[in-house]
Ligand binder design. Structure first.
Ligand SMILES: Cc1cc2nc3c(=O)[nH]c(=O)nc-3n(C[C@H](O)[C@H](O)[C@H](O)COP(=O)(O)OP(=O)(O)OC[C@H]3O[C@@H](n4cnc5c(N)ncnc54)[C@H](O)[C@@H]3O)c2cc1C
Ligand SMILES: NC(=O)c1ccc[n+]([C@@H]2O[C@H](COP(=O)([O-])OP(=O)(O)OC[C@H]3O[C@@H](n4cnc5c(N)ncnc54)[C@H](OP(=O)(O)O)[C@@H]3O)[C@@H](O)[C@H]2O)c1
Ligand SMILES: Cc1cc2nc3c(=O)[nH]c(=O)nc-3n(C[C@H](O)[C@H](O)[C@H](O)COP(=O)(O)O)c2cc1C
Length: 1209
């Protein structure tokens, strides 16, 4: 016979607590665990002497482990040398409600903050020291301090991780926090608890959550939830002593009745919530039915089971414990997980002091119950558990069986052993109450100790010392004054209540501003429902990632599959996290940016996507990560929208990289990544994604969605209102004496870039006069700008000005009461408040532009040469007098194919728009607030600072082309402006480091430099730098041996004809003669005397030499210019691997990937610059076909209907 027997209700000081809790507090397996009992095999060693490393045996596997974690605890064990209290129900109950002494708070705080900063890998940094100092100061002055949101979230998860009685701790990183520290009343407590239950229930797909109410202050103002569980059945004691309902609830049911609640007297009446705010008398609230999911119990084989009328609720939410984090005590912190079936089947329904149904059901099963020898109890218990599992599964409500729970706990223990050197565990609670020895946990020795943060038992509130009033009231049996509150709360209200509870962070990275615009638009949509914010990746503190609930990523891709510059830091961080967490992540290529693992773009971008590691893991909750780390982002939901162009081989690669990496880190992808192709339908794809992700996010968080589609269609990027309206903005003259903002300061304010004023020294066309095209060598004087430093390979960014005829053309069609040369400011009306949208007369300065005139704004700060964004056209429609024009503008303003086609065929400037719509005149304020900013243009620097100190040289192909429909000539803004300004004019410049395109540190390494046309730009700086290096070496040592230490440089250049556009020909010849360049190979594509050749053809012709340089001599390859050319070169290098080294295609691919990983394959991509029209046309057609094919018919129809697919404008 086993010694297993149920716990007796203790009659000690906590008797009433015990009676109230028996089984139930234990009945929330995910958090608290379950009621196991000591077994004969359990070593009866007491737990008080655990200060040395303790060896733990597993008798099933024969394995041993050593627990060291317990050494970090200072908490005393409740056992003594002679007595083991291992089976006590409540060994440690905190009865003291007095606040902790400040010195204790401080020591707990230090310990916790150290843990937190170690966790975020900022231990012993300034931030860590500052935080400790602030806490110390706060404790010194107030006796306490506040945890930050991140600390609270981390602490709550850790408390769960540390809960020794919980078998479901493998899930500890997945805990949704409802931060209710700011609430003040019982009604607010009730509201948030309804939200908590709605979120946790999730139509049966249960999710773990915790609500944290305000912390203890002086001990007189505690917030408490009087219920032991948020949902629990009442127990009505009958005159004969029997109980209808749950006997474990008898005492609390009486309390509720005394407070004024009246139950219906049934077996399964849900008790009201009894809530105490700020130390005041408690109030009771009936839980709305919509918050309580219940499962009717049936049996898969016994039809009569349903007739028993049994049921149980879906969400076990423990509400009586105290959360202790960093010395701060939270006496009210209800949390939930989901059920393990034995909690209901064995404990709640069959314990003799609970529903006690064993005999009834055995009778129904016609079992012989007079003798234990028939094992009737075991057989009955088994069938009750079968019924529970069957019913929950049938109702699609999350539940786990005790075998699976035990197995997952063993996995958790093993992980914890590796990660922390131990895992506190209470064997008595962890071992399931049925079939114990069939579960692996039974055979595992465990060590029970307490580490902080923790969930602790505390005295029932009506017994708490300070609740004198409550206690006497209970004794007298009177109700509290004003305590009875019955609130009706309906489902739709519940969803309303969830609004703004969830944070959403929208992160963008952008080069030309489109992603930012999209991010702001979707933020407007989300802010209707979520507590949302929008941030650039570079302004985001990546430490926050772990505590985010929902992240939307909107990013473009640049270079050749790289992040935009302001996404690089984020990319690096994510890549580092992946490396730390995924030991062995898939071999990857492109997309992650500097030092990021390179993602295999074919895998993510082309054809069918294979499931990511994360997807695989999501389907397999036991495998959290490859190296046992808990995945850091397992609480995160996310979705990614990528902006890109199919003209680039690595379409949206950075977005794909992030999408995959967030998944690998445990994030839950709410929606498949969406891509917006700049060539076709970017806007339409964005709108589709925005709508879908909004819907999905609302569903996920059980929030009532608003009709917010107008918000995302809206236009105003930073205005206080979501739609532009004439009466909301005005232009007024600047006050007398105010001076125009210094142009460099103005650019700094607008773009956050510190520019340097450089004088134009000269601008010389390098092409022959007969060419018809121009490539200028632009020299800038930087001699007065000491801080302007660069290296060969870096980029210079230039802020250009718009052509005069465009500026004047726009001015002619703008309504402005002031002269275009007057200094002006924009003002907008301040709204009264959120609820009252009436406008008042208070005008406030609209901080968009610096102090300038209208003419200067159009010339220097705003984009007027590019087609206006579709949303601007939509607003402009209101100003067209002619109805047909207004209608056409509205259609274009919807974006979509019509807009795309128009842009593509005509590439209209703002002036062209005015020409096309003659009745259109617009207010100046509209343009000043809505036009995109004029962006800087990047140029690869063509000089070496050592050879040309005080100067920057640029090689600039002048952009000038016919529109697709051959109607007009278009001029690139910057390339033409630089070619048109007089010497000594000021050019605002800043430097962008291109560290990945610098010359090799190892100067012996040979280099192959490939740059057709303007792509030669950076290589001029290389050969100049080489000249300097050689001179320096010669000066220092002067021996020929030293000169040999510089590696070979082979330049591969391409142009049309030697006599026309072989720019720098003489300089190259000189450099070769000096020995700076070892080889110069030139490909002529249109030379009448030569066969057409491109740079990649020359590489192939010299395949053996190329392979020798790259492979045996470990050389570097540099490719600069057009993206198609760069992709072709990459393919040719691969084919050289196949041809020369007889590699397979796959091996050659990996060889090239290896060159990139070793930082020996460098690319500097200008964009689609060679044969732009032809390439764009082809890619556009392909992209359009793919998109049409991919879109579901309904999506296509609905979007295209709204964008009106009629091309005629
Ligand atoms: C990292 C980097 C380095 C660069 N280095 C250099 C360099 O060293 N030298 C250099 O010359 N350029 C370089 N560029 C390109 C340069 O930044 C500018 O894009 C280029 O000078 C054009 O700018 P723009 O203001 O004159 O033209 P914009 O006013 O910006 O107009 C260019 C736009 O016109 C459109 N367009 C151009 N040609 C056609 C066509 N045939 N058909 C249809 N549409 C067309 C395209 O949409 C294109 O984006 C570099 C770019 C990058 C990203
Ligand atoms: N952002 C922009 O829009 C932008 C930026 C910079 C330059 N541009 C424009 O692009 C043009 C480029 O001028 P450029 O002087 O740099 O070059 P280019 O003179 O047009 O071309 C240089 C050489 O490259 C060849 N070429 C074309 N496609 C190639 C490919 N896929 N692979 C390898 N070689 C290829 C050309 O041959 P072909 O005989 O076949 O042409 C030519 O021999 C300028 O007219 C300028 O207006 C535009
Ligand atoms: C120099 C350059 C390089 C680019 N490289 C890529 C690329 O590798 N992959 C891609 O999909 N798109 C690429 N693009 C296209 C941009 O991602 C696209 O224009 C996007 O809409 C820009 O969004 P943004 O304004 O938010 O930066 C590139 C564009 C330029 C100008």
């Amino acid at each position: 016979m086993s010694n297993e027997k149920p716990h007796q209700n203790g009659k000690d000081a906590n008797a009433s607590i015990t009676a109230g809790r028996a089984g139930e507090t234990r009945g929330s397996p995910t958090i608290i665990g379950i009621n196991g009992v000591p077994s004969v095999r359990r070593p009866n060693t007491c737990r008080q002497t655990i200060s040395t490393a303790t060896r733990l045996n597993n008798y099933a596997t024969g394995q041993q482990s050593v627990d060291n974690l317990h050494k970090s605890t200072e908490a005393k064990s409740h056992c003594s040398e002679t007595r083991c209290k291992g089976s006590f129900m409540l060994p440690n109950v905190r009865t003291n409600t007095q606040p902790r002494p400040p010195q204790d708070v401080l020591s707990h705080a230090q310990d916790f903050i150290d843990q937190y900063y170690k966790h975020i890998k900022r231990s012993e940094t300034d931030a860590h020291a500052k935080r400790l100092a602030a806490i110390t100061e706060s404790i010194a002055s107030t006796g306490s301090y506040q945890l930050t949101d991140q600390e609270l979230q981390y602490g709550a998860k850790l408390a769960w991780r540390n809960a020794p009685r919980c078998i479901g701790r493998i899930q500890w990183t997945k805990l949704q926090l409802f931060d209710a520290r700011g609430i003040t009343t019982a009604q607010e407590m009730f509201n948030i608890l309804c939200s908590h239950l709605t979120y946790a229930t999730n139509d049966g797909n249960i999710r773990s959550a915790i609500t944290v109410f305000p912390q203890r202050t002086d001990g007189q103002h505690d917030f408490r939830v009087w219920n032991i569980l948020l949902i629990k059945y009442a127990g009505y004691q009958q005159p004969d002593g029997s109980v209808i309902g749950d006997p474990a609830s008898v005492e609390f049911t009486k309390i509720c009745e005394r407070l004024g609640w009246k139950g219906e007297g049934g077996r399964f009446d849900v008790l009201p919530l009894v809530l105490q705010a700020n130390g005041e008398d408690p109030e009771w609230f009936e839980l709305p039915k919509e918050c309580i999911l219940q499962v009717k119990l049936t049996h898969p084989e016994y039809d009569w089971f349903a007739e028993l009328g049994l049921q149980w609720y879906a969400v076990p939410a423990v509400s009586s414990l105290l959360l202790d984090i960093g010395g701060i005590e939270f006496p009210a912190c209800p949390f939930n997980g989901w059920y393990m079936s034995t909690e209901i089947g064995c404990r709640n329904l069959c314990d003799v002091y609970r529903y006690n149904l064993l005999q009834t059901i055995a009778n129904k099963m016609s079992l012989q119950t007079t003798s234990n020898l028939t094992l009737w109890k075991d057989r009955t218990l088994l069938e009750v558990n079968v019924a529970v599992l069957h019913s929950f599964q049938k109702a699609r409500v999350t539940i786990t069986d005790h075998h699976s729970a035990s197995e997952s706990f063993m996995v958790h223990m093993e992980k914890e052993q590796k990660l922390r050197g131990g895992c506190p565990a209470d064997w008595v609670w962890v071992v399931p109450p049925m079939s114990s020895s069939l579960c692996p946990v039974f055979h595992q020795e465990m060590l029970y100790y307490s580490v902080k943060p923790s969930f602790d038992y505390q005295a029932n509130p009506w017994l708490a010392k300070r609740n004198g009033a409550a206690k006497s009231a209970m004794r007298k049996g009177v109700t509290f004054k004003g305590a009875a509150v019955a609130v009706k709360y309906f489902a739709h209200k519940m969803k309303e209540a969830l609004k703004q509870r969830f944070k959403a962070t929208i992160l963008y990275a952008t080069e030309t501003g489109r992603s930012k615009q999209y991010a702001e638009r979707i933020n407007r949509m989300f802010s209707c429902t979520f507590d949302s914010r929008v941030l650039c990746m570079e302004d985001y503190d990546v430490v926050e990632l772990e505590t985010e609930t929902l992240i939307l990523i909107i990013t473009s891709t640049f270079g050749n599959g790289e992040p935009p510059e302001n996404g690089e830091g984020f990319a690096r961080h994510i890549a580092k996290l992946v490396r730390e967490n995924q030991g062995d992540c898939p071999k990857v290529e492109n997309g992650g940016g500097a030092q990021a693992p390179r993602l295999d773009c074919e895998k993510y971008c082309g054809g069918q996507r294979r499931p990511s590691v994360a997807e695989h893991q999501l389907n397999n909750p036991l495998i959290e990560s490859m190296n046992d780390q808990p995945l850091p982002l397992s609480n995160l939901r996310y979705s990614v929208f990528g902006l890109g162009s199919t003209a680039y081989p690595h379409f949206c690669a950075f977005a794909h990289a992030l999408d995959a990496q967030l998944g690998m880190l445990g994030g839950e992808r709410l929606l498949e990544i969406a891509e917006g192709d700049e060539l076709v339908g970017q806007e339409v794809e964005f709108l589709n994604w925005a709508e879908n992700i909004y819907q999905e996010a609302c569903d996920t968080f059980c929030i009532k969605r608003q009709d917010a589609s107008d918000m995302v269609m809206g236009t105003v990027p930073t205005a206080p209102d979501s739609s532009w309206a004439d009466e909301k903005f005005r232009i007024v003259p600047e006050a007398e004496g105010v001076r125009a903002t210094d142009p460099h300061m103005a650019l700094y304010r607008l773009h956050g870039k510190q520019t340097f004023p450089c004088k134009l020294l000269s601008c010389k066309n390098l092409q022959a006069p007969s060419s018809g095209r121009a490539t200028n060598l632009v020299k800038l004087d930087t001699s007065e700008e000491e801080k302007l430093l660069y290296e060969a390979g870096d980029h210079a960014a230039v802020f250009p000005q718009n052509r005069e005829e465009l500026v004047e053309g726009v001015l002619e069609r703008v309504d402005c009461a002031l002269s275009p040369n007057d200094l002006i400011k924009i003002e907008c009306r301040e709204e009264k408040d959120d609820n009252n949208k009436d406008l008042n007369n208070k005008w406030v300065k609209y901080q968009h532009l610096p102090v300038c005139s209208l003419r200067q704004a159009l010339k220097c700060f705003l984009e007027i040469a590019k087609p206006p964004p579709s949303q601007l056209l939509k607003i402009m429609a209101a100003y067209a007098i002619e109805p047909t024009e207004a209608e056409a503008l509205v259609k274009l303003g919807r974006g979509g194919n019509k807009y795309d086609n128009w842009i593509y065929s005509q590439y209209p400037t703002l002036v062209d728009v005015f020409d096309r719509f003659p009745s259109l005149r617009v207010p100046a304020a509209l343009l000043l607030t809505q036009l995109p900013l004029l962006k800087p243009r990047y140029y690869s620097i063509s000089s070496s600072p050592s050879i040309s100190p005080g100067e920057i040289h640029l090689t600039i192909a002048v952009v000038c082309y016919q529109t697709q429909n051959n109607d007009a000539t278009r001029y690139g803004v910057c390339s033409n402006w630089l070619g048109s300004i007089a010497e000594s004019n000021i050019v605002p410049v800043f430097i962008r480091k291109a560290t990945k395109f610098h010359m090799p540190e190892d100067k012996v390494a040979p280099m192959i430099l490939i740059g057709p046309g303007a792509g030669i730009a950076p290589f001029r700086s290389f050969w100049q730098q080489r000249r300097f290096d050689m001179l320096r070496l010669a000066q220092r040592k002067g021996t020929s041996q030293d000169l040999e230490r510089l590696g070979d440089m082979t330049l591969v250049f391409g142009c049309r004809q030697s006599s026309i556009d072989n720019i720098y020909m003489s300089e190259m010849q000189e450099a070769k003669a000096e020995g700076l360049l070892t080889n110069v190979w030139t490909a002529y594509s249109r030379d009448p005397d030569k066969p057409k050749a491109y740079v990649q053809d020359l590489l192939f012709q010299n395949a053996h030499q190329v392979f020798e340089l790259l492979s045996r001599l470990r050389g570097h390859i540099y490719v600069c210019g057009d993206v198609t050319m760069a992709a072709d070169v990459s393919k040719v290098i691969q084919s050289i691997g196949v041809d020369v080294a007889k590699m397979s295609d796959e091996e050659a691919k990996y060889w090239v990937t290896g060159l990139r990983d070793e930082n020996r394959y460098h690319e500097d991509i200008f964009g689609v610059t060679l044969r732009t029209a032809e390439v764009t046309e082809q890619k556009r057609r392909e992209s359009y076909d793919i998109r049409k094919h991919r879109q579901s018919p309904t999506q296509t129809q609905s979007r295209e209907r709204s964008s009106d697919n009629n091309n005629a404008v």
